[in-house]
Design a protein around this ligand. Sequence first.
Ligand SMILES: [Zn+2]
Length: 115
Amino acid sequence: MSEIELLKCENCKTIQYPGRKRCKKCKSFDLKPFMCKPSGKVITHTTCSALPESIKHHKNVTFAIIDLDDGGRILSQVWPSDSVEIGTNVVGYEDVISIQSNGTENIGWVFKPAV
Ligand SMILES: [Zn+2]
């Protein structure tokens, strides 16, 4: 299973995602990769139906904030749409999350309910 690469501040130990140059908490530049399993729990979510062209291959897309089991919090798409509630355990996998106008597929993390 692939792992999600987040960043961990060596100064204050805050785990952060997406990548950035400085710690969002203490502003240190001492950030190191932090690998974690793609599993966690939905903290909150919303479903969008007015989508940009790049993700119109879906009718609706649910975006969720997920607390990862290994630490850290991320925002991710959840498929199928409307499949989760607050507190749902989810697992992640890599898939096509958007398609550019020239047909290039963008691969990213997507989550689904854990079984
Ligand atoms: Zn820090």
